[in-house]
Every structure is written in structure tokens, then in C-alpha cells.
Design a protein around this ligand. Structure first.
Ligand SMILES: Cc1ncc(C[n+]2csc(CCOP(=O)(O)OP(=O)(O)O)c2C)c(N)n1
Length: 215
């Protein structure tokens, strides 16, 4: 079975209650924070917010599937990565309100920040530049023989960038342990999918291959 024809199977009976309850709580946390942030936005207490409402399960599920010492490179709609990694809420709110106690010490009020303590690398742009950084982290792990995986995200719009194709190509050629997770929410900001790309699945951009480097 290839990734392209993989089917998501879920059977409630495969999971004990405590696991399901934990997942539900982890899902609820970013949603409740986002609802609060949207109120603060309307009140003029924060200046911007990129909503990830409806996409929480992607960030939360993928983050919880990672080990805590594996690097994640999230984007502007991946609040669930920060909550899933247990980043203190006080500092998160301070960051978004541009306070000195935030991660960027008041220099920025968005998701352009990381925390090495939580193995989260700050977003460079909303588009592709952080994808090649994920390759670099994975290469370091490979050279150090550390059995780790690096997780990075892209929107559907970001997947049209040259950076995206470069990062995928290097990862394929060097067999790097990177997960490129593409969130297709139907729009690249305001550009609809039918004006953005022409294929059925993003998997077509990086088909799995049996080829191995000869070294
Ligand atoms: C290098 C660069 N070019 C342009 C922008 C402006 N920009 C921010 S988000 C975005 C589109 C993102 O679309 P997509 O990847 O589909 O993610 P979405 O916001 O729809 O989740 C653009 C063009 C940017 N942040 N960085």
C-alpha cells in the first residue's frame, strides 16, 4: 500500500478511554485558546491572529505522535504543536500580546518564535523556508546516528513554493527522516485551490520510492 491510497481507519474500540480523553482534552485546549484570541482581536488587545480552527487535530495528533526530543517546525495555524508540547500558556499569551515576557521579548506578536527547550523551531515565513531547516536537523540526526524524526508543516499554498520542492528533493536523495505534513485548507490565504495546483493529492509531489543511494 502506498501513502496515496492509504485509508484512515478509526475504531473507537482500539483505544482505551484514558487515551481518548487525553486526546480530546489536547484537542480542546487550542480551540478554547483560539476562541479567546478571536475575542481579544475584536477588542483590539492583539493585532493579528491566524485561525487554525477546524485544523487542530492535524497539529495535536502529529505532535503527540512525536517523541519530546524530536524537533517540530510549526507554522501560523499550528497552535496545537505549542499546547501539545506543554509550552507555558502565560508566556504564549505574553508573546501574542507583544509583552517583554514573551518569547521574542516584545519584538513580535505572532508565531515567529521557537523554544529550544520544547524542541520547537520558530517559523521563518508562513511559506517554505523552514522546510530546508527541517532537512538540516534530520541530516544532523542521521550523521549522529540518532534515531529521530523531524516534523515540519506546509500549507497548500506553501507547497507551490520552490523551497518546498527543494526540501523534498534533498530529503528524498539523502534519505532524510523528515515528515512533511501538508495542510490543505482549500486556500493559500485567499487563493482557492483550483487556482493554485492541478493534481488530486499532495502525495503526488513526493512519491515514495524504493531507490536507495549507492554508498
Ligand atoms: C516568503 C513569503 N512570501 C509571502 C508571504 C505572505 N503570506 C503569508 S501566508 C501566505 C499564504 C499561505 O497559504 P497556505 O500555505 O495555503 O497556508 P494558509 O495560510 O492558507 O493555511 C502568504 C502568501 C510570506 N509570509 N512569506
Amino acid at each position: 500500500m502506498t501513502l496515496a491510497n492509504a485509508v484512515l481507519r478509526y475504531d473507537r474500540k482500539d483505544y482505551p478511554n484514558d487515551v481518548l480523553l487525553r486526546l480530546y482534552r489536547e484537542l480542546l485546549k487550542p480551540r478554547l485558546i483560539e476562541e479567546k484570541m478571536l475575542i481579544l482581536l475584536r477588542q483590539g488587545k492583539i493585532t493579528k491572529w491566524f485561525s487554525g480552527i477546524g485544523q487542530e487535530a492535524i497539529s495535536v495528533g502529529s505532535t503527540l505522535a512525536m517523541h519530546s526530543d524530536e524537533y517540530i517546525l510549526p507554522l501560523h495555524r499550528n497552535l496545537g504543536v505549542f499546547t501539545g508540547r506543554g509550552v507555558p500558556l502565560g508566556r504564549l499569551f505574553a508573546q501574542w500580546q507583544g509583552k517583554a515576557t514573551g518569547y521574542t521579548k516584545g519584538r513580535d506578536r505572532s508565531f515567529h518564535f521557537g523554544t529550544n527547550e520544547h524542541h520547537i523551531v520558530g517559523m521563518i515565513s508562513h511559506l517554505g523556508p523552514q522546510l530546508a531547516v527541517a532537512d538540516g536537523i534530520a541530516l544532523a540526526d542521521l550523521l549522529d546516528k540518532k534515531p529521530r524524526v523531524t516534523l515540519t508543516y506546509s500549507g497548500d499554498g506553501g507547497a507551490s513554493e520552490g523551497d518546498f520542492h527543494e526540501a523534498l528533493n534533498v530529503a528524498a536523495v539523502w534519505q532524510l527522516p523528515v515528515i512533511f505534513l501538508i495542510e490543505n485548507n482549500g486556500y493559500g490565504l485567499s487563493t482557492p485551490s483550483n487556482e493554485q495546483f492541478r493534481f488530486k493529492s499532495f502525495v503526488d509531489k513526493g512519491p515514495p520510492t524504493a531507490w536507495k543511494p549507492c554508498r
